[in-house]
Design a protein. Structure first.
Length: 269
C-alpha cells in the first residue's frame, strides 16, 4: 500500500470522523500494543468505532491488534484508546503510521501514552516485565516529520514518566526503565543485531512506537511510553521467537499492565 501522500489526509479525516462520532474531548490518548488491548474493555460509558468503519483508514493485519478506537472514562478522566496500531512492515508510510497520533493532536489531546510488546535485552528481565521508555534508538530507516516540523531531543516527557513511576510504586508494580531499540520488522532481529543493540545501550527491542513518539512530541503532546517485555530477544535464549508467544505473554501481563495505566491516569495533574 503506497499511502505516503495520504498521511495528512488520513490525519484530518480521522480527526473529523472521531469527533463526529463522539470520540473527542479526551485528556489522554493511549495506543495499545500487541496483546495489551484489554484496557479498552474497561472504559466506562465507552463508544467504539472499528477501523473498517472509518473511511480510508487502513486496518491492522497483525494478530493481537483488535483494530478500533474507543473513547470513554477511566478513573474519572476522558481517554481515547487506539486498540491496535498499523506498522511500517505492513507496507505503510511513516506518515500513515503516525496519522492516528496526528489526529489526536488535531483533536487537542494534550498527552499521549504509547505501549508496546517488546523483546528484552536484559537477561534478568522475565516475560511480563514492564519498562518505562526513557529514550529510543530509531533503526527503522524512516522519519515521520513533515516539512516545517521539528522535534529535537528525547520525545519522552520526564514529568509523564515520573507519573508512571509514581503509579507503579503506589500499586506495588515493578517498573524498570530503559532505552527502546526500534526496528522496521517484520523479521525478528538476528543474534548479531541484538548484540549491536545492547552495545548501543538499548534494553528492549520492537517494531513500533518510535515514529509515533517523535510525531507526538513535534506536535506539542506530552509523550510517555511503556514496554511489556514478552520474551528474551534472539541469542539470549535457545527457543525460536514467534508472534504467538508475544501475544500470549502480553495477554498474561495485561491485568498488571491495566493496573499501571489506571494508576497513571488517576495520578495525572
Amino acid at each position: 500500500m503506497d499511502d505516503g501522500n495520504r498521511g495528512g489526509d488520513l490525519r484530518v479525516s480521522l480527526a473529523q470522523e472521531l469527533e463526529g462520532r463522539g470520540l473527542g474531548g479526551a485528556e489522554l490518548a493511549i495506543v495499545l500494543g500487541s496483546g495489551l488491548g484489554a484496557l479498552a474493555d474497561a472504559l466506562e460509558d465507552a463508544t467504539a468505532v472499528a477501523h473498517d468503519e472509518l473511511d480510508g483508514w487502513p486496518a491492522s493485519t497483525v494478530p493481537g491488534h483488535a483494530g478500533r478506537f474507543v473513547s470513554g472514562t477511566l478513573e474519572g478522566r476522558r481517554v481515547l484508546v487506539q486498540q491496535g496500531r498499523i506498522h511500517l512492515y505492513e507496507g505503510h508510510s511513516p506518515r500513515a503510521v503516525t496519522a492516528a497520533v496526528r489526529a489526536f493532536a488535531e483533536l487537542g489531546v494534550p498527552r499521549l501514552l504509547l505501549t508496546n510488546a517488546s523483546g528484552g535485552l536484559v537477561p534478568e528481565w522475565t516475560p511480563g516485565t514492564l519498562m518505562r521508555i526513557t529514550d529510543h534508538i530509531n533503526f527503522q530507516g524512516a522519519a515521520p516529520l513533515e516539512r516545517g516540523e521539528s522535534g529535537g531531543g528525547s520525545p519522552y516527557d520526564a514529568e509523564l514518566g515520573e507519573t508512571l513511576a509514581r503509579a507503579a510504586a503506589k500499586a506495588d508494580i515493578p517498573l524498570e526503565s530503559g532505552v527502546y531499540f526500534a526496528t522496521s520488522g517484520p523479521a525478528y532481529e538476528t543474534p548479531a543485531e541484538i548484540r549491536a543493540a545492547i552495545a548501543m545501550g538499548a534494553h528492549a527491542v520492537g517494531m513500533s512506537t518510535a515514529l509515533e513518539a517523535i510525531a507526538g512530541h513535534a506536535l506539542g503532546m506530552r509523550v510517555g511510553a511503556v514496554s511489556c517485555i514478552t520474551n528474551l530477544a534472539a541469542g539470549l535464549k535457545e527457543d525460536p521467537l514467534s508472534h504467538a508467544e508475544v501475544v500470549e505473554a502480553g495477554s498474561r501481563a495485561s491485568a498488571q499492565f491495566a493496573c499501571l495505566l489506571r494508576g497513571t491516569v488517576s495520578e495525572l495533574d
